[in-house]
Design a protein around this ligand. Structure first.
Ligand code: PAF
Length: 287
């Protein structure tokens, strides 16, 4: 892995240097866009960089594999780290600055702040990864305070995360507009994700079924089938295709609150998390 100074993009791990650059841009009256990532960048991330560019004059991307959002038994150590390739991709996508802080700087000794979120953070991912949104919220709040962007782009692929961040921004008065970025997919429908790299050839073939199952679920709901029946059908298909199903649910699209019984009469979202071997896939679709 190269030193940050040797990467083909302006890059820093240093908070003072980040702040000096942001200050210079602000003096020039420039709008700043931000895309936080954990690296292992793919076209989905790069589309978020391009969206940020449409909304801002300068774009900062962060790469930080955030230990606070992984439980001890999860894949923090195995999470792909590809800084050189990521930097080249960011440079091609016309990102202006890469911020890649160290964990020892983000979580210096004695760090003890916690963010306890409810609302959109309740259920779904939280039922299976109870630590997750507290870890995401704390790192995103810190990154927002460090980068101080005007806008930040978050992918709809992590739909619950997008709503949780929106809610945190509202609740804590961050002066930042949260812009959603549509999910990018492979030709067979699989949502782009850094974790797709973990799939074996056989698992990769099966993985596209998740999009088909969610599409069928969403279609049944638009046809007026009550959500309980449609969910039962989707769950049965997922249980036979995947090694484990964490959830397949239909929720209110704006709040992720459970839907009233029966046919769906409001904007909704179908969301799923399933396992293939050691890889957890998540995806969602609008209804
Ligand atoms: O979506 C991600 O990659 C991460 O959860 C984020 C927002 C960069 C926080 O670590």
């Amino acid at each position: 892995m190269s030193e940050l100074s040797q990467l083909p993009i302006a890059a820093t791990a240093d908070l003072d240097r980040l702040r000096a650059q942001i200050r210079d841009w602000r003096h020039e009256g420039l709008r700043i866009g931000f895309v936080p990532t954990m690296g292992a960048l793919h076209e989905g991330h790069l589309s978020l960089i391009r969206m940020a560019r449409e909304h801002a004059d300068r774009v900062v991307a962060s790469i930080f594999v955030n230990p606070a959002q992984f439980a001890p038994h999860e894949d923090f150590d195995a999470y792909p780290r590809t800084l050189d390739e990521d930097a080249a991709k960011l440079a091609n996508a016309k990102c202006d600055l890469l911020y890649a802080p160290l964990a020892s700087d983000m979580y210096a000794g004695g760090f003890s702040a916690k963010l306890n979120l409810e609302g959109a953070a309740l259920g779904l991912e939280t039922d299976f990864r109870p630590h997750f949104f507290a870890g995401v919220a704390i790192v995103v709040a810190k990154l927002f305070n460090r980068v101080q962007p005007d806008i930040a782009v978050f992918g709809e692929k992590d739909y619950q995360q997008l709503l949780v961040i929106r809610q945190m921004v509202r609740d804590l008065d961050f002066p930042i507009e949260i812009v959603p970025g549509p999910t990018l997919r492979e030709r067979d429908g699989l949502a782009l994700s850094s974790r797709n790299a973990f799939l074996s050839t056989r698992e990769r073939e099966i993985s596209a079924g998740l999009h088909d199952i969610l599409s069928g679920f969403a279609h049944d709901l638009t046809q007026g089938t009550d959500w309980e029946t449609a969910q039962g059908k989707a769950l049965a298909k997922a249980a036979s295709a995947f090694d484990r199903v964490d959830y397949i649910e239909a929720r209110c699209a704006q709040t992720l609150a459970p839907l009233p019984a029966g046919p769906v009469t409001q904007p909704a979202r179908v969301l799923a998390a399933v396992w293939l071997g050691k890889t957890r896939l998540i995806d969602n679709l609008a209804v």
